[in-house]
Ligand binder design. Structure first.
Ligand code: FBP
Length: 586
């Protein structure tokens, strides 16, 4: 062999070895994913009192919720059983519960941490009980599409982001024929309990199923237990101290904050762009508020303030244009504007116009289905009230088209596809040229949305969800139904709770009709997080005080940080979470 063939021979051997190891990493085994699977997750003291991880019992706590009379009439079984009382953690379970078959599903948009709910649930159910995974969300439940979850699956999914282990969807289970299908599936697969991991709409599904499956599903007259787990990156499934936050919010906001922090650094370097960034979060502005607290942008709009203070679109545009002109006078021709995804539904005039549109679209569904978009719009201009028709007609075409898009099964407008940031930046540009044509204004538009929902979980989301899974499993083994698993006191070791879901329901207009749903928790203008933001934002607009939080940190000083809005609103003593008092000794 000469030197050349010799070295080629070595190179081929190296390539073969490298190729092999790259192939091994192809399916979810990057070095990062392999390392995080092995990371420890802190467990609440409640589950470890016996020395090893064990399920707990629950007892009626002191807080009682008060649903309206109409809700109480619709959920007689659930409300008679819970008496609207939030369950508090009791003792370690001494009785051995075995032979239960529990099915778990993801529902709605994905959120980091879902896989750890499954891992915590499997661990607490133990080998004496069977855990089944339902594929593709509630639709999969209707079809009985399920498989047994084994210990090997858990090793693969532990601490990983995404819902790809089972998939998810947004099917609403409501019609009597759908409830019958679920009954049949439960009988065929001998299911004793269902865990629904979802947001407000999915937990509304859970409440209804718990009520309808309360008894008489099995031959012996018994029912099927239904337990919810609070998920959504939007952070709008909250109940004060008892449910401080839904899982997935922390990961999503930390990922968005990294990207916004990077943009703030870029804009302060290149000194020539205004970035308009729309941040995901269907209705509430919790995501935008959290990202603002982490990064201190030049401007952040909060939809709830726009609605409550009756701020019109032209006032929003004037205010942004005013800030841009003031900064330009100081030579600061750059900045970042955060726009919450759901803003359009909160602007006065738009709110009632969209309600009217939802109403008319439901009323003229059949006529609309045979028309093209132009014809649909003409029909709507004529059916909406005059002022609503005029407002719709005045909007840019891309916005109009998106407002006409189909609502999802829960009646939600697909706001993630409405480019409000583009509408705003164009209107601001026009306004600036009217006010001062010498001001330089170059804008770039962004939407930060889907890229964060399945990001690798933060340490908080991994830990929170594992303990939520353990709570859900304990509620099942303790014989409970119609509860949502929760954890309070996130800064002091965390306490597992069960929240009666039916007691959270309220009446809302969806697709033009009253519907019983869980009310979304919106940003409150008197909350400590908003008040803090309000006290700082003028300074952030005038000077450059931005902060770049960097990528999600799984190790190091900030790895245990809770969302700032949660720590402020719950008045925790520290920004760090603590799921076990043993952590103090670590
Ligand atoms: P969930 O409330 O189901 O968790 O979904 C949240 C969300 O990510 C919103 O922020 C966003 O508007 C919506 O889902 C997008 O929905 P889709 O995935 O159907 O496009």
């Amino acid at each position: 062999m000469n030197k050349l063939t010799d070295s080629l021979h070595v190179e081929n051997a190296v390539n073969a070895t490298l190729g092999d190891s790259l192939k091994r990493m192809e399916n979810g085994h990057s070095l990062f994913e392999t390392a995080i699977r092995a990371m420890d997750v802190p467990v609440c003291d409640a589950f470890t009192q016996s020395g090893s991880l064990a399920p707990i019992t629950f007892r009626a706590g002191t807080r009682v919720l008060e649903p309206s009379g109409e809700i109480a009439d619709s959920f007689p079984n659930s409300i008679a059983a819970s008496r609207n009382s939030i369950l508090a953690a009791g003792d370690t379970m001494t009785a051995q519960v075995s032979g239960k078959r529990v099915a778990v599903l993801f529902s709605g948009g994905p959120a980091a941490g879902g896989h750890n709910v499954v891992a915590g649930l499997k661990q607490i159910l133990g080998p004496e009980n069977t855990l089944l995974g339902i594929k593709a969300g509630p639709k999969g439940l209707l079809k009985g599409n399920m498989f047994e979850i084994t210990g090997v699956h858990i090793l693969q999914i532990r601490n990983t982001g995404g819902f790809h282990f089972m998939g998810t969807d947004r099917t609403k289970i409501e019609k009597p024929e759908d409830i019958d299908k679920v009954r049949t599936v439960c009988r065929e697969h001998a299911i004793d309990a269902i865990v629904i991991i979802g947001g407000d709409d999915s937990n509304t599904n859970a409440a209804l199923l718990a009520e309808k499956l309360f008894s008489d599903v099995k031959e012996d007259g018994s029912g099927v237990q239904v337990i919810g787990v609070p998920k959504t990156i939007d952070g709008d499934l909250q109940l004060g101290d008892e449910l401080p936050i839904s899982f997935g919010f922390d990961t999503a906001t930390k990922i968005y904050a990294e990207k916004v922090g990077n943009l703030l650094r870029d804009t302060g370097s290149s000194l020539k762009y205004w970035h308009f960034v729309r941040l995901m979060g269907r209705s509430a502005s919790h995501v935008t508020l959290e990202v603002a607290l982490q990064t201190h942008p030049t401007i952040a709009l909060i939809s709830e303030e726009v609605r409550e203070c009756d701020i019109t679109l032209s006032e929003i545009v004037d205010s942004i244009a005013g800030t841009i002109i003031e900064r330009a006078k100081k030579g600061l021709n750059y900045g970042v504007v955060l726009v919450p995804e759901g803003l359009i539904e909160f602007i006065p005039g738009f709110t009632t116009m969209i309600d009217d549109l939802n109403d008319k679209m439901a009323q003229f569904k059949d006529e609309l289905s045979g028309m093209n978009i132009r014809e649909q719009l003409l029909l709507m201009y004529s059916k909406l009230t005059q002022s609503h028709g005029e407002l719709l007609e005045s909007l840019p075409d891309p916005i109009k088209y998106k407002l006409m898009a189909d609502r999802d099964e829960h009646g939600n407008l697909p706001v993630s596809q409405i480019e409000t940031e583009t509408m705003l930046s164009s209107a601001v540009k026009a306004r600036i040229s009217e006010l001062d044509e010498n001001v330089k204004f170059e804008s770039l538009n962004h939407f930060f949305g889907y890229e964060a929902r399945c990001g690798a979980s933060t340490v908080f989301d991994s830990s929170y969800t594992y303990n939520l899974g353990a709570t859900a499993g304990s509620l099942i083994l303790d014989g409970r139904t119609g509860y949502m698993a929760s954890l309070s006191d996130l800064d002091k070791g965390a306490r597992p709770l069960g929240i009666p879901i039916a007691s959270l329901l309220d009446i809302e207009i969806r697709k033009g009709k009253p519907a019983q749903v869980i009310e979304k928790a919106l940003v409150k203008l008197d909350s400590p997080a908003f008040i803090y933001f309000e006290s700082r934002r003028k300074l952030w607009a005038e000077s450059d005080l931005s902060s770049s939080p960097g990528p999600v940190q799984l190790w190091g000083p900030t790895s245990r940080q809770l969302p700032k809005t949660v720590a402020l609103n719950r008045q925790y003593s520290s920004l760090d979470f603590r799921f076990s008092t043993a952590q103090e000794r670590e």
